[in-house]
Every structure is written in C-alpha cells, then in structure tokens.
Design a protein around this ligand. Structure first.
Ligand code: ZN
Length: 186
C-alpha cells in the first residue's frame, strides 16, 4: 500500500488498492484487528512511547474495515447516535481511510476500562492531546485536526490517526498541513 494514499469523499479507494492490501492481525482488548504490517510495528512503538512518556494506555478501537463492515457500522451508529451525527463522523463505504489498513481509531484506558462511547472519548480530549506530539516520530498524523475542517471536510476527530511514513508525518507537522494539502501540493 502507498503510505501517502488519499482516501476521502472525492477520492474513494479503488478495487485494485483494496486487492493489493496486505493485512496482518493484531489482538488487543481480546479483539482481533487487521492493519498493514508496518503500521502494526509502528503503532506498537507509539503505544510503548506514549505509556513511558505520559502514563496513558492507548489501544485500538477500530482498524481496517471492509466495505461491508463500514456499511454495518453506519447502521449501528445510526441507531446509537442518530443519522445527523453519523453522517458527520462516518464516511460512506469506499470513502473511508479505514479501508486502507493505514488508519486506526484509538481508545484510552481510564477509570478501569477502555473508553468506547464517542462522548466518553470526547471528554478525554486533553489526554488525546498529550499523545499528538509523539505521533510524528512513528509516522502517524492526526488526520482530521481542528482548524482544518474546511479542507478535510471532516469534523475534528480526536481518535483517528493515520500512518503516512516518518518523513511525510514530519513534513506535514512542520508545514502545519493535512494530507489533502500535501497531495495537492498546496
Ligand atoms: Zn477512524
């Protein structure tokens, strides 16, 4: 997989890219997730650095999703959060970065459990913010940051991070850019 691939509303993932995906399993919180092999390696390094540096325990809440899984999530989210919220936060099947195996949603361990409800996660925003400065060392970016909503067309999403490679993540950080700007050479 091309680590700088852009997948969004205007750039749905192609069938070829989905077929080329080479995914590996990782078990966390007694659940099975799949990600690109390199991303797993880098994620585990990030996790250990976050723990050492901040004392925060992070884990996967979502990783690779097939088109069918994305459809299922939309249905479940519609029931739990309503259609307005779901349309804002969840991409249409084919338009989600989760199809690449390069994107993952984080959760945090707090008060004896991992946060799974979106509202609980949002209330832990200050903890997530402690993690962000460490992402770049391992090739990750906060994919939908605050203040870039007009470019990403996605609301500030505190838990969704994306692997782009160390060189690109450092460049984006230096230039204060999101992936859309990098790809369009804005
Ligand atoms: Zn996500």
């Amino acid at each position: 997989m091309n680590y700088q691939i852009l997948v969004n509303k205007d750039n749905p993932i192609s069938k070829e890219d989905i077929q080329e995906n080479v995914l590996y399993p990782i078990i966390e919180r007694e659940q099975l997730f799949y990600l690109d092999k390199k991303v797993i390696k880098q994620y585990l390094k990030l996790k250990s650095r976050v723990w050492k540096k901040t004392g925060i325990i992070i884990a996967l809440d979502s990783a690779y999703r097939s088109i069918e899984e994305q459809e299922k999530i939309i249905k479940e989210m519609n029931q739990q959060y309503g259609e307005v919220y779901t349309m804002q936060y969840v991409s249409n099947p084919g338009e989600s970065e989760h199809h690449t195996g390069l994107a993952l949603d984080l959760t945090i361990y707090e008060n004896g459990h991992y946060l799974t409800n979106n509202y609980e996660l949002e209330s832990a925003v200050s903890k997530f913010q402690e993690i962000y400065p460490l992402l770049g060392y391992y090739g990750f970016i906060l994919r939908y940051p605050k203040g870039k909503e007009h470019i990403t067309h996605t609301p500030y999403e505190i838990w969704h991070i994306r692997y782009v490679g160390v060189k690109t993540s450092k460049l984006l950080k230096k230039k204060h850019q999101v992936l859309e700007q990098y790809k369009k050479k804005l």
